[in-house]
Design a binder for this molecule. Structure first.
Ligand SMILES: Cc1ncc(COP(=O)(O)O)c(C=O)c1O
Length: 370
């Protein structure tokens, strides 16, 4: 069952929620570098993190991110380990040391996780809760009431599992906003200076798992109390330019290749955002045409451009669809274990023709089986 004349590789049909698809040109360059970097003749996996080569890669990765996102000079750009999950507890350790409670938006599985882990460190306030509504919608940012004394307010810009995305960054409030952008980082332009901190792990749009990017305003860094273990103190990583202990050299190398690809091949983040919107319009358009058979999870106003979560109204068809899609070469379409159904993740490296191919396959499957 295929309506497309194009033959796709499994990499090109990788709709996994993460680790996700990476650009083919980046994979090929990384493949060569695993054997021998053209610049050094040594495998990237054996390059010292103290080498001049790696110092240059670190400097370039930071410079490319600063250019792509227009990051103001006063923000530190850090490459850390421990995934986005370690940020869930490091953030309150570093920034919620006073008496006042930080404010959290609970809009899905990942913001709930952030809250659960932050609560192990400090008490906090939930200022909006989407749980009673099964995480189908998001708050109007302008309506969020954050106490002026809150040390920070935290939200997740794109809920990867439910497929909910804030249309734009939350407005600058009197409090510092901290955003987990793990699943939409570098997918569109973002106003960094509207946030005190942005963090994102690499394994969606940026590279392999193992490196987490943190952009932190120096005003926020200045509030960190003394006495934290050095590895858990953001200032340590800022002071050592992300080279305090052995960093994930390979992950940072691939991240650098991806930032070059974004800059040189897709027209930066504005170009990437246009492509991502086109892809999402194609898939959601098909899902809406099939609404007799398919139910999309997110309220349409909050649909994510990155992750489309849906299920067949006849639950048995979800299973059959996943099996048929797998046979047809599509990868990673099963919904998260907490929600079931189907989830198609359209990260940066998933092309518009691949999304059109998936949409055609879905329509044909429904014609044949529903
Ligand atoms: C939005 C979001 N935040 C946090 C995480 C957890 O990330 P990690 O596995 O890097 O700890 C995920 C995982 O997919 C995510 O999608």
């Amino acid at each position: 069952m295929s309506s497309s004349p194009i033959r796709f590789t499994s990499n090109q049909l990788n709709f996994s929620a993460g680790p996700g698809a990476l650009p083919e040109s980046v994979l090929r360059e990384a493949q060569e570098a695993i054997v021998a970097l053209p610049e050094t003749g040594v495998s990237v996996l054996g390059m010292s993190h103290r080498s001049a080569w790696f110092e240059e890669i670190l400097a370039e990765s930071e410079a490319n991110l600063r250019e792509l996102l227009d990051i103001p000079e006063r923000y530190a750009v850090l490459f850390l380990q421990g995934g986005s999950s370690l940020q869930f507890s490091m953030i309150p350790m570093n920034f919620a040391s006073g008496q006042s409670r930080a404010a959290y938006v609970r809009s899905g599985y990942w913001s709930a996780k952030a809250i659960e882990e932050a609560r192990c460190v400090r008490e906090l306030d939930i200022i909006w809760d989407g749980a009673p509504d099964a995480y189908r919608r998001l708050p109007d940012p302008a309506s969020l009431a954050v106490s002026a004394s809150a040390p920070y307010a935290h939200y997740v810009s794109n809920e990867t599992i439910e497929g909910l995305q804030f249309e734009q960054a939350l407005p600058a409030a009197a409090v510092p906003w901290i955003a987990d952008m793990s699943s939409d980082f570098l997918s569109r332009p973002v106003r960094v200076d509207g946030h005190a901190m942005i963090y994102a792990h690499a394994q969606k749009n940026v590279g392999p798992a193992g490196v987490t990017i943190c952009l932190i305003d120096s005003d926020l860094l200045a509030r960190i109390p003394d006495g934290l273990p050095p590895m858990l103190d953001y200032r340590t990583h800022a002071r050592y330019h992300s080279n305090y202990n052995t960093p994930p050299v390979f992950g940072i190398y691939v991240l650098t290749l991806v930032t070059r690809w974004l800059r040189d091949s897709v027209g930066g983040l504005a170009g990437m955002a246009t492509i991502n919107r086109t892809k999402a319009n194609t898939l959601y358009g098909t899902l809406d045409e099939l609404s007799d058979v398919i139910d999309t999870h997110a309220d349409r106003r909050f649909r994510s451009l990155m992750n489309a979560t849906f299920r067949f109204r006849d639950e048995r068809l979800s299973e059959r669809f996943l099996a048929a899609a797998n046979d047809a070469g599509f990868q990673g379409l099963a919904g998260h274990r907490s929600l079931g159904g189907v989830r198609a993740s359209m990260y940066n490296a998933v092309s518009a023709p691949a999304v059109t191919h998936l949409s055609g396959f879905l329509a044909e499957f429904c014609r044949a089986h529903a």
